[in-house]
Design a protein around this ligand. Structure first.
Ligand SMILES: NC(=O)c1ccc[n+]([C@@H]2O[C@H](COP(=O)([O-])OP(=O)(O)OC[C@H]3O[C@@H](n4cnc5c(N)ncnc54)[C@H](OP(=O)(O)O)[C@@H]3O)[C@@H](O)[C@H]2O)c1
Length: 182
């Protein structure tokens, strides 16, 4: 691995709260959207490092790769969670009310790069509402529901996944100052 790539991976792990000096065995993480993609990779990484892992997914019964992983790691517990279902969020927060959560990893979201985008003038509003409810309202709700669990932990970290698309304004600003002709 090149030096710059090693530094990038180390920075990403630090942002996610992995490897900050606290013994991994003493730490707990809750990850949303764990059945595939980044979420499943996070679960694998935290589990291998000895964390206590609460791996949430909307449909545990069909999350076969996650269930296989959990079968191999006794430190991984699979729980059902849809971030748009506030009653379900509250019930899970209550179930773990005595568990300090060091890292709340808000990974679960509708990845609009994968699921499709809308052309201006042809916006699919029910889809857009679902994206906003999942990617903004749901994230906020989960972070508030688990606030006391995080406050009670040593690490007190909320890790929020974003994307370059979330930096569009900043990118535009930078773009306007680095045009090739300038
Ligand atoms: N892929 C990329 O290149 C990229 C780049 C930058 C940022 N990101 C961000 O990284 C995160 C994961 O991306 P990914 O590529 O791994 O996406 P992905 O493969 O499409 O997986 C998205 C996950 O989100 C979960 N999810 C969707 N709706 C949910 C809901 N209502 N409640 C709870 N979980 C829900 C699903 O979890 P379950 O099916 O398990 O419930 C699914 O596992 C997203 O926040 C995405 O925006 C991705």
């Amino acid at each position: 691995m090149s030096q710059s790539r090693t530094a990038l991976v180390a920075a990403a792990l630090l942002i996610l709260g992995i490897g900050n000096g606290v013994p991994a065995s003493a730490k707990t993480v809750l990850v949303t959207g764990s059945s595939q993609g980044h979420g499943l990779a996070f679960i694998n990484d935290y589990a291998e490092r000895g964390w206590t892992v609460i791996a949430t997914t909307r449909t545990p019964s069909t999350a076969t790769r996650l269930q296989t992983l959990a079968a191999n790691f006794p430190n991984v517990t699979v729980e059902e969670l849809d971030v748009t279902d506030f009653a379900e969020v509250d019930a899970l927060a209550d179930k773990y009310k005595d568990t300090p959560i060091d890292v709340l990893n808000l990974n679960g979201a509708i990845n609009t790069f994968r699921v499709g985008r809308n052309t201006h003038g042809e916006t699919d509003y029910p889809w857009l509402e679902q994206v906003l409810k999942t990617n903004i309202v749901g994230q906020l709700y989960v972070s508030e529901a688990f606030l006391e669990h995080i406050a009670a932990s040593d690490q007190k970290t909320i890790a929020v996944m974003s994307a370059v698309g979330g930096l569009n304004n900043e990118c535009s600003k930078r773009g306007s100052t680095v045009l090739p002709s300038q």
